[in-house]
Design a protein around this ligand. Structure first.
Ligand SMILES: NC(=O)c1ccc[n+]([C@@H]2O[C@H](COP(=O)([O-])OP(=O)(O)OC[C@H]3O[C@@H](n4cnc5c(N)ncnc54)[C@H](OP(=O)(O)O)[C@@H]3O)[C@@H](O)[C@H]2O)c1
Length: 238
């Protein structure tokens, strides 16, 4: 099995890269940090590293030097920044988050879709944050809600080309991304657990992988509330 994983230098992506490689898969690991990629290779020498910025449209690796086809592409890289002062809306912050969490997926699809085998799979790591409007999540939540929509439309259009799509909706996962949070993160799980859940869902051919189950169930129940009531609750959370 041959996979390309973005955001493989840290958190969920790093766990996925190491675990797939441990199971004998040929992993192409993408990240911006040369140093972190070297550390990854020290941990698992079979991994092949691609160091580049996913937002650098003009210098996207097109894998031409590597003629073998991929079984799976995991679009995992992402970032989270909160809109702390909505009245002084920071457009550049909004743009940064939308760019890495959504626009970069378009760049990757243009560059790599042609390298996916018939019967292959695209995996988009979205977030449970897209299920409900959350305080300060104007940028992150919008980017992930749009990414989930993108995944569902790709699933329709790629079916006739024999390409499968999985959209992943994690709850809170312990990674450098959430280490920055100074609020309570209910039902948080480790990046190892998250990687296991993603791998087992992908192996079963699931189109949606959402976890932890109870957390997602609660989020989906809250989504059924009238928006006026949810907005009151969410205002207290923020
Ligand atoms: N942690 C959570 O609770 C949680 C919950 C739901 C969804 N998610 C999603 O899961 C995914 C992974 O998150 P994580 O928590 O594992 O985050 P993380 O530990 O901060 O890792 C983010 C990864 O993305 C890469 N990256 C960011 N910007 C990049 C860019 N411009 N070009 C290339 N690579 C870039 C980073 O690479 P470098 O370090 O090399 O720059 C890093 O490998 C994200 O899409 C996130 O939104 C996370």
């Amino acid at each position: 099995m041959r996979l390309l994983i973005t955001g493989a230098t840290s958190g969920i992506g790093k766990e996925l890269a190491l675990r797939y490689a441990d199971r004998g898969a040929q992993v192409i690991a993408c990240g911006r940090s040369e140093e972190k990629l070297q550390q990854l290779i020290v941990e698992q020498p079979s991994i092949k590293a691609l160091c580049f910025d996913l937002l650098d449209y003009d210098h996207y690796p097109d894998l031409k030097d590597d003629p073998k086809l991929l079984d799976t592409i995991i679009f995992n890289a992402g970032d989270c920044e909160y809109i702390d002062d909505v009245l002084n809306f920071e457009a550049k912050k909004f743009e940064r988050v939308i760019n890495i969490n959504l626009i970069s997926i378009g760049y990757g699809l243009q560059a790599w879709l042609k390298h996916l085998k018939p019967g292959g799979r695209l995996v988009l790591v979205s977030s449970s944050a897209g299920i409900l409007p959350l305080p300060r999540a104007e940028a992150y939540g919008s980017s992930k809600a749009a990414l989930s929509y993108l995944g569902k439309t790709l699933a329709i259009n790629l079916k006739k080309h024999d390409i499968n799509v999985t959209v992943v909706h994690p709850g809170f996962v312990e990674t450098p991304l959430t280490d920055k949070n100074n609020f309570e993160m209910p039902m948080i799980i480790s990046s190892q657990e998250a990687a296991e859940k993603i791998m087992s869902g992908v192996e079963k051919g699931k189109s949606d992988i959402s976890f932890p189950t109870l957390f997602i169930f609660i989020m989906k129940c809250l989504r059924l509330l009238p928006s006026s009531l949810w907005n009151r609750l969410a205002t207290r959370m923020g």
